[in-house]
Design a protein around this ligand. Structure first.
Ligand SMILES: NC(=O)c1ccc[n+]([C@@H]2O[C@H](COP(=O)([O-])OP(=O)(O)OC[C@H]3O[C@@H](n4cnc5c(N)ncnc54)[C@H](OP(=O)(O)O)[C@@H]3O)[C@@H](O)[C@H]2O)c1
Length: 281
């Protein structure tokens, strides 16, 4: 398959490039400097020239707190950018797979959010991602919108991705014990996006590693256990003590009620975390 990957310097994009190349795809992975997805003409030109079979959109404005003060830039990538790609995909008969977030939910539900739950995003980033979902579906009824959450992986700069390094260096960390999510290894998410591109699935689908999910503190403790780090370095705190600009859902654990022929659940999050740790050695 010929695959166009956007946002190629990003954490999940790099994992997608690696996976697609490994299975023998012809991959065009374009960085933001090579393709700004907010630039409609550039998107049209790139898709017309490259003629991919599938687009995996991994470009996004992902600074959740920064988005509160950069609404325009956030919407340019997360709404207009997604629409531009969805439209170009329709015009050229290309499969389009894009990623959204668990943050589209308010976090007030107990248990897991499924695709049947109603989004109620709070904060600029969350709203932009939901509007991106709506823009993708409107522009391209065959779009695949993958909602995922708590993603970590090689080269990632978010807390989940760097925790093991901090613990490995003997640094104390504060980990929130009252926010819950379903951790997702970027490499597993990337593989599933490529697999979805090869199906005829359309619409929204939740993709996370399997299991009951955990809190940031639970994730940190599992890391300490699997990696042989000192768990005394982990201080459990309440999310409220961190005073961050953007709101975050208290509980954004995702589960899927969509069935895609030939695709089972992703591995359990603890198994995924062990593989991530091994890959970092
Ligand atoms: N990380 C998580 O926990 C999480 C959770 C749920 C959903 N997601 C979603 O998962 C996807 C991948 O996330 P990630 O963690 O891999 O993000 P990331 O590492 O921040 O990568 C995003 C990439 O997109 C690029 N980008 C930004 N604006 C662009 C534009 N207008 N045109 C082209 N490229 C642009 C960025 O380039 P610059 O660095 O140059 O800005 C960056 O390389 C995103 O859609 C994100 O919203 C992430």
């Amino acid at each position: 398959m010929k695959v166009l990957i956007t946002g190629a310097n990003g954490m999940v994009a790099r994992a997608a490039k690696e996976y697609c190349e490994k299975i023998g795809d012809d991959v065009a992975a374009l960085t933001r400097a090579e393709l700004d997805i907010a630039d409609e003409a550039a998107v049209q030109a790139a898709v017309a020239e490259l003629r991919p079979d599938a687009i995996l959109n991994l470009a996004a404005f992902t600074d959740v707190d920064g988005a509160e003060a950069q609404v325009e830039a956030c919407n340019a990538a997360n709404v207009a950018g997604v629409r531009n790609l969805a439209l170009a995909a329709v015009e050229h008969g290309v499969r389009f797979v894009t990623v959204s977030t668990d943050y589209v939910f308010s976090g007030e539900k107990e248990g897991f959010y499924t695709e049947d739950d109603l989004p109620e995003p709070k904060g600029v980033y969350a709203v932009s991602k939901y509007e991106g979902e709506l823009a993708a579906a409107e522009a391209n009824p065959e779009a695949v919108i993958v909602r995922s959450g708590w993603i970590y992986g090689r080269g990632g700069t978010n807390f989940l991705s760097v925790m093991h390094r901090l613990l490995g260096e003997g640094k104390a960390i504060k980990a929130i014990s009252d926010a819950f999510g379903t951790p997702t290894y970027g490499a597993d998410l990337a593989r599933r996006m490529r697999e979805l591109a090869a199906t005829d699935f359309t619409g929204v689908i939740h993709v996370t590693n399997a299991g009951e999910g955990t809190s940031y503190a639970g994730f940190a403790k599992k890391l300490a256990e699997l990696g042989g780090f000192d768990s005394d370095l982990i201080e459990e705190v309440s999310g409220e003590t961190l005073k961050r600009p953007a709101p975050r859902p208290r509980n954004s654990r995702l589960a899927s009620v969509r069935e895609v022929k030939s695709l089972g659940a992703l591995p359990d999050w603890e198994d995924a975390l062990a593989r991530f740790l091994l890959s970092e050695k």
